[in-house]
Design a binder for this molecule. Structure first.
Ligand code: FAD
Length: 394
């Protein structure tokens, strides 16, 4: 049996490649891209193409489809390492890696053969998932018994989709999407939503606003707009009306991947705190020699290590559910890692004193990034409620 606490040789080699990619391709570009006031301009195709060149973009595809067949534990490690360089880059890749994993399992043979080879070859192939809409967000996490506003009505040979999704990561950049729409009139979304495979460029499908986010700016989030958009029957993923099964069955590790992204930011904040504490002298000696500061650096380490263990356990059990998968693992690791990251962000600012508030220190970018996952992939309070429902209601 694999050991989730020890890196195997493959993982070591993959992480060394990713660390080099982060040092050479991400870190030198991140601050400038982040500072661009245009909400779209932080995204870099150059970074995506470089990620393709070194095999990161497709690593969750099996070898048959041109990837490395990385398991969920290894993927979480890669996502964390990417976020050490930049959160947005980590999110662009994490979405792509996770949706490729879902597609591989949830698409039927014909759909896989139609989509995966093209995606594997396309150096700009990124993926997106459209669930959230202006009126329904926590509603689908819990789920609350209301329908999605985005509807798909049956017509000859397919479905006519109308409505909109918003906040969608990679929404304006993706080549393929998984889209959730209401097919069962008068039913709650958990019983009447269907998952569709959607290709970019379909008539009636357009991109709306690109959201101007406070952080995570190297990733784009956008509105998806549907006006009488025809999606053929052969693009239904799974069974009609069973859209919610696609996520639950095929992607238990989604929450842990989100946790891994924000954990990378926590790691970067921790390192920045250590570096500053070693060089800044007050009270006649470097900050790191003051006990209060040293203790706080150790507490940061504890929060990061404990969050990582939780994420890794969730990922490993998601792939080996027979060993005791428990559904709270699909809701809580991200909440823990994002709370830890937020605490570490405020401590990092404090350790930097007034310098931490100055943009030139670079702490400010990390603080904005650390805030992203208090809400993304489910607001933490919503996720605690989801876990409580698993614990006490079902
Ligand atoms: C950066 C980013 C990236 C994202 N990427 C994607 C993506 O790729 N695809 C996608 O589909 N979505 C995406 N989302 C959407 C994300 O999952 C939702 O934003 C998130 O679920 C919060 O939705 P909301 O803002 O509408 O909050 P709401 O659901 O309106 O919640 C507001 C507040 O009310 C609380 N609340 C809600 N319901 C209850 C209840 N029943 N009881 C008690 N309290 C409650 C919440 O906990 C929260 O504090 C992204 C969001 C962000 C910020």
């Amino acid at each position: 049996m694999e050991d989730i606490f020890i890196l195997n040789e493959d993982q070591r080699a993959i992480l060394a490649t990713v660390a080099r990619f982060v040092e050479e391709e991400v870190m030198p570009r991140a601050a400038k891209l982040d500072a661009d006031p245009d909400p779209e301009a932080g995204f870099s195709w150059e970074i995506v193409e470089k990620a393709h060149e070194v095999g990161i973009r497709t690593m969750t595809l099996s070898e048959k489809w041109g990837g490395l067949g990385a398991d969920s534990l290894t993927t979480a490690m890669v996502i964390e390492e990417l976020a050490r360089g930049d959160l947005g880059v980590s999110v662009v890749m994490a979405q792509t890696l996770k949706i490729a994993q879902i597609m591989q399992k949830a698409l039927n043979d014909e759909q896989r053969a139609r989509v995966l080879p093209g995606f594997a070859k396309d150096p700009r192939g990124v993926l997106a998932i459209g669930i959230t809409e202006p009126d329904n967000a926590s509603n689908y996490f819990l789920p609350h018994p209301v329908p999605f506003r985005t509807t798909a009505e049956k017509t000859k040979g397919g479905w006519i989709v109308n409505g909109m999704k918003h906040f969608i990561s990679n929404g304006n950049r993706a080549s393929h999407y998984l889209l959730f729409a209401q097919t069962g009139k008068g039913q709650p979304m958990a019983e009447g939503a269907t998952c569709f495979l959607l290709e970019r460029g379909r008539r009636g499908f357009s991109i709306g606003r690109v959201h101007d986010k406070m952080g995570e700016r190297l990733a784009n989030n956008a509105e998806l707009i549907f006006q009488d958009c025809f999606i053929p029957d052969e693009n239904v993923v799974g069974a009609v009306g069973k859209g919610f099964n696609v996520l639950a069955e095929f992607f238990p590790q989604s929450n842990a991947y989100a946790g891994a992204s924000v954990l990378g930011v926590a790691g970067a904040l921790h390192q920045k705190s250590i570096d500053w504490a070693k060089t800044r002298v007050q009270g006649g000696k470097p900050l790191i020699e003051h006990d209060g500061i040293r203790a706080q650096l150790a507490e940061m380490r504890m929060l990061i290590d404990a969050s990582r263990s939780y994420i890794h356990r969730a990922c490993w059990l998601a792939d080996h559910q027979e060993n005791g998968w428990d559904r709270t693992l699909g809701a809580l690791p991200k909440a823990m890692a994002s709370q830890a990251a937020w605490k570490i962000a405020t401590w990092c600012m404090e350790i930097h004193g007034g310098h931490g508030y100055m943009k030139e220190s670079g702490v400010e970018k990390l603080v904005r990034d650390a805030a992203a996952f208090l809400h993304s992939d489910g607001v933490n309070r919503t996720l605690f409620l989801k876990a409580a429902n698993f614990m006490f209601r079902d």
